[in-house]
Design a protein around this ligand. Structure first.
Ligand SMILES: O=P(O)(O)OC[C@H]1O[C@H](O[C@H]2O[C@H](CO)[C@@H](O)[C@H](O)[C@H]2O)[C@H](O)[C@@H](O)[C@@H]1O
Ligand SMILES: O=c1ccn([C@@H]2O[C@H](COP(=O)(O)OP(=O)(O)O)[C@@H](O)[C@H]2O)c(=O)[nH]1
Length: 500
């Protein structure tokens, strides 16, 4: 079996008590298959040459690199978090298209390729993760890498009209199509990608899920990421989890616990959630002094202004609902700005009557799946889930809501709180079955088996595809995109202008 080389922006620290969704999924997947994991260590160094270091951990070789100061700003904080994250989550209003970010993004993708190449073995399967590294395959191919390279996008692929606002949209899609396999989270993401390729880039789809545009061609399919459902359910039996569960059950014996768990990100719909909860209390007064929203809003990307703003706005709303509805012995919202351990989260999920997961946009949302996995099948809580989370496509037995529709969301929370036990059991049983079948190992196996089937890449020239002469495509901006160029012309362009 080929060795698996995973590349992602960050390599998870195996000692970390609570990594993010991507890290959680990869850690679980990598423990099944020995291999190498390459990424940034989190260290930022002054303008010296970034160093690579390596360690063994639970059968996996972890290789990390550093970022120099200016690249941390322009690549990570800049192009990744101030451009790609908001645009891919359809928040053009929050994007900062600042000069210099793109060059930093290209530089770091080139740095990763340069440092990774000498570590590769002939037979490796390379699996690159997420929006930070869209350009990596192109950079590796330019250096002569011949191994198969797959890419998985953990965040949504935006509608073409939004994506086109990115000044570098053509280069990014050309870079994506340089991979042998592109994996997306949901059918909706694939529809957006297809529509961009066919309608905006004047490209084409081919048999075998192949997409062609800008002189490149790749296979692209949907692989919804899962969790290790058994392991998460088992966490509910850990002492820490049992203790949380018992404390909460004591405290909430006369009350109903509604639970939200999110990074404090503007994509997670937290202000809208508080508005919906307020509307619930105002129109369904029997929930006053009863329904209590426990909201974990864990710190994230705190040095970015837009995250400070969403935090301030959210905390103002929590303060105001508690001021208006709270009493000496009851507060409607309990907000915790901390990262909790997974055992702690499992215990909380187990005792909640409702899991309220209402992002405005989300690639998947693993918390929704974890909530289901943690329930007692004989007396389960109800999942209220945003229709805009990737998870909604698989979790159709949840109560799906439009988080922008405050009143309908409040009505749905009420319905969840009133749902008869048998209906809860039926819905939960069907959800749990799917979460167990389509778990993180299924996701990993599915992606890797398709990648292994992809035709072998024979050399840098062919990786760019043959020179492609297609029609002239007039895109929405009215710009004529001539789809005829050769691989060498592309490389010349890239090195001269930094591509934009
Ligand atoms: O470490 P951060 O930069 O603060 O962010 C944590 C991770 O967030 C993103 O997660 C995405 O992947 C999840 C698993 O596929 C998915 O469920 C979720 O919807 C996505 O938002 C991000 O893609 C990761 O790079 C971050 O590490
Ligand atoms: O305090 C916290 C909050 C979240 N998580 C974990 O972080 C992941 C969040 O993944 P999700 O896909 O829901 O969203 P993301 O944060 O990746 O956008 C889940 O596995 C959570 O269990 C955690 O361990 N502690």
């Amino acid at each position: 079996m080929s060795r698996l080389v995973v590349v992602s922006n960050r390599v998870a620290d195996p000692q970390d008590a609570a990594p993010g969704g991507l890290a959680v999924a990869l850690q679980e997947a990598m423990q099944r298959r020995s291999g190498m994991w390459f990424g940034w260590s989190g260290a930022v160094v002054d303008n010296t040459e970034p160093q690579v270091s390596s360690q063994q951990s639970q059968g996996v070789t972890l290789v990390t690199t550093e970022l120099v100061n200016r690249d941390h700003e322009s690549y990570y904080q800049g192009f990744c978090n101030k451009i790609l994250w908001p645009v891919f989550h359809s928040r053009l209003d929050l994007a900062e298209f600042k000069a210099g970010f793109w060059e930093g993004y290209r530089r770091v993708n080139e740095q990763f390729a340069r440092q990774l190449l000498p570590l590769l073995e002939e037979d490796d399967l390379i699996w690159v993760h997420d929006y930070h590294l869209i350009g990596l395959a192109g950079q590796l191919r330019a250096l002569g890498c011949k191994q198969k390279i797959g890419f998985f996008l953990h965040i949504p692929f935006p509608p073409p009209v939004i994506f086109q606002a990115l000044p570098q949209h053509k280069t990014l899609v050309r870079d994506l199509l340089t991979y042998d396999l592109i994996g997306l989270q949901s059918k909706q993401d694939l529809r957006h990608f297809r529509s961009y390729v066919v309608d905006q880039a004047c490209g084409d789809t081919k048999p075998g899920s192949r997409y062609q545009a800008y002189g490149r061609q790749a296979r692209c399919e949907v692989f919804p990421i899962g969790i290790d459902a058994q392991a998460f359910a088992a966490l509910t039996q850990e002492p820490e989890s049992v203790q949380v569960h018992e404390t909460m059950r004591r405290e909430y014996s006369q009350r109903r616990l509604v639970l939200g768990i999110d990074r404090l990100d503007y994509s997670k719909g937290l202000p809208e959630r508080i508005h919906a909860f307020r509307d619930l209390l105002s129109r369904y007064s029997h929930h006053v002094r009863s329904a209590t929203l426990v909201q974990i809003g864990s710190p994230t990307r705190e040095n970015l202004q837009v995250y400070a703003e969403i935090r301030a706005r959210f905390e103002f709303l929590c303060g105001s609902i508690n001021g208006d509805y709270g009493e000496l012995d009851w507060m409607p919202v309990r907000y915790i700005h901390q990262v909790l351990t997974r055992s702690h989260l499992a215990g909380l999920c187990r005792c909640a009557a409702v899991g309220l997961i209402t992002p405005l946009r989300d690639g998947m949302n693993l918390v929704a799946k974890e909530f289901v996995a943690a329930q007692d099948p004989g007396d389960p809580g109800v999942l209220v889930l945003s229709q805009f989370a990737g998870a909604a496509e698989q979790l159709s037995e949840a109560l799906l809501v439009n988080p922008h529709d405050i009143q309908a969301t409040a009505d749905t929370i009420d319905r969840a709180l009133q749902m008869p036990r048998q209906e809860r059991i039926d819905r939960h049983g069907r959800l749990l079955e799917r979460i167990k079948t389509q778990d993180v190992y299924w996701w990993c196996r599915s992606f890797l088996s398709v990648l292994a089937e992809c035709p072998t890449t024979v050399g840098p020239e062919s990786a760019y595809g043959p020179a492609f002469s297609g029609p002239i495509c007039v895109d929405a901006g009215g710009e004529a995109a001539v789809q005829s160029f050769s691989a060498s012309a592309y490389r010349d362009q890239t090195s001269r202008k930094g591509m934009g």
